[in-house]
Design a protein. Sequence first.
Length: 387
Amino acid sequence: MTERTTPRHQRLLVTGGAGFIGSCFVRDLLARRDGSRVVVLDKLTYAGNRANLAPVYADPEQAARLEFVVGDIADAAVVGPLVARSDAVVNFAAESHVDRSILDPEAFLRTDVLGVHVLLEACRLEQERARRGEREAAPRFLQVSTDEVYGSVETGESREDDRLEPRSPYSSAKAAGELLARSYFVTYGLDVVITRGSNTYGPYHHPEKLIPLFLTNAIDDQPLPLYGDGLQRRDWLYVADHAGAIGHVLEHGVSGEIYNVPGGNERTNRTVVAALLERLGKPWSLVRRVQDRPGHDRRYAMDGSRLAALGWRNRTTFEAGLAETVDWFRDNEAWWRPIKSGEWNDYYDRQYRARLAGSTADAGPGVPAPAVPTPRPASPGSSGEGA
Ligand code: NAD
Ligand code: TDX
């Protein structure tokens, strides 16, 4: 296993490049103006949005180095020719929202498992071509995975060799996808690297996720549905740092290795919500305590020493990143309002209508909820946890 440096002028296939993190990766890469060329392959699901690449299209030099293909990573006929002309494949494409995986798991298996398999098979074919001298080198494959594959971590920090104990359909599918990727390194000698990023936030974040949902709801003075006691802990990573770390691993990562990408900003959900409301100048009274997410992971935390040893450092503090994010959402209603329409309303109804109907007020950000809900007489329509 030797360290590999990718060529300076890369031809990259970026799958899921119209999503939140993938588009940041593409924007930042093309803005470096180092001659790299990018093909984005994206199915444009509800989460994909060409507008996420608007800064690229606004710059003719960058736009000339971007090609956009609408298609499915699980479609071998689309994937094969694109991988054939790529030096590396960076796979961001996924169904990415835990709550949707609880409502409808199937799409997660199709994209996050079978889609990864199709990409790996295409890379294997190119490896064969390289061995026959029909191309210079086999493509490198980077699988973007998640801290959620470790499951809920009550204490300490997960290391890359720890057991995987995913607990939601989303995290189980992501674990399967990355295990498959690793198996292609072990079995076929494919050049594979894997990153496990923590909870990412920033501009262009789809409004289904905690921070953008609460920001956009609060801007409209709508209720903020806090699951359970709100004392779950996440480690927040600014999107440009996540995208930068992935680029660093793509360039310097050791083949076959897995790299945790922590944010170094562990916070309870309550603390995060209090901070964003303060920046926005909106009251805590918007917060409603609602029925918890089934199987809700209490905490994620990862050790980042392997990535640090590779020379990567995050650049953005949580305070600076959150301020940037709040201001961006306040200034970019034209981006998020269309997303919160159409299919969004059906999803919001399924996910939140009953929860909000059975919700209760919350006393304040600093008030820890009782670990066990206070028993009370059952009444029709009562929602249980969170009361
Ligand atoms: P996202 O949901 O914003 O974007 C996913 C993108 O993939 C969308 O553009 C969508 O259209 C596209 N896509 C979905 N299915 C596809 C398919 N079958 N073929 C082609 N394109 C498809 O997700 P994100 O938050 O940007 O996450 C990107 C990756 O990073 C995912 O693999 C996710 O598991 C991982 N990750 C996310 C976070 C986070 O906090 N957001 C943290 C760690 C890891
Ligand atoms: O309405 C909500 N209310 C609430 O209390 C939502 C949407 C979330 N939450 C809580 C659940 C979590 O404890 O906030 C926390 C963050 O939730 P999400 O934004 O849904 O993120 P999470 O489930 O932690 O997963 C995210 O990080 C890891 C990404 O969505 C994944 O793609 C990534 O792999």
